[in-house]
Design a protein around this ligand. Sequence first.
Ligand SMILES: [Zn+2]
Length: 328
Amino acid sequence: MEIAWFKKIRKPKQAVEHKRVQVPEGLWVKCNSCKEIIYKKEVLRNANVCPKCGYHFRISARERLSSLFDEGRYQEVDTDIYSVDPLKFKDAKAYKDRLREYREKTGLNDAVINARGTLGGADTVLSVMEYGFMGGSMGSAVGEKITRAVERAIDERVPLVVISCSGGARMQEGALSLMQMAKISAALGKLHEARLPFISILTDPTTGGVTASYAMLGDLNIAEPKALIGFAGPRVIEQTIREKLPEGFQRSEFLVEHGMLDFIIERRRMREVLIQCLKVLYNRALVEATLPRSGDQPGTPTREREAIGRTVQFPTSLAARKYTPPEL
Ligand SMILES: [Zn+2]
């Protein structure tokens, strides 16, 4: 067999097209930040972070879910929610064709996955956005799914974590997309009243209506390093104010410095830190003790609940965590 040193004799194998699972493009990847060519397996081993410069490659919602939940196991819920095409919207392509295309490409119904599982042994609801589905844009299906994740957390009295990765509201659904901002925010208000923690994780990029609603409403707003986070993009702002923007503008580090975020966590440590945060913010026994019991008249809290209501502020203080709930 002739060895081709300088030219290709055979054409490289073509990827099988009908497969939903994304076929890896090659053995090597180029880092978008330091431009180094790195062995792909090395990047994968490193939680999809560049081992040379720490650049965080974009990963899929499913990869995130399995990297966070205990043993990578989780149950997907709210899978039967679809965007319809209420405006019969058409730009270069009809919206319904776009939807069909992305459904085939990603194997998802829309740009978010809701899942439940355990994090450090504690039940948690996770909602993770998928950038690969129309840039993670938020239409009515995404809005409805995130709202249901919030409601599920309230029903089951468990904490909620939302991982955002989105270009913002989906223009193809017009005002219906924008309404999701208010809807989710209202649901989060109820979650807060139920004294359940909500941790928002912002990844590259989190922009537009997503930043302007739930992504910034966490009890903790945590970002991955160097993520682009903002409302309008830097180019639009520059054109509007006719000024050069400062270095690192709208990146996680800049935002932490200016008080917009709580802290930054590298992807490798995300799971560990999430578990720690939930331990501080959430005490299952206490949440259950403040539940209205069946048989209770609404609006007439029991003595126990009154007592707890006076002493326990959210987030749960350390002293309050020692409280032993009354026997049921
Ligand atoms: Zn790099």
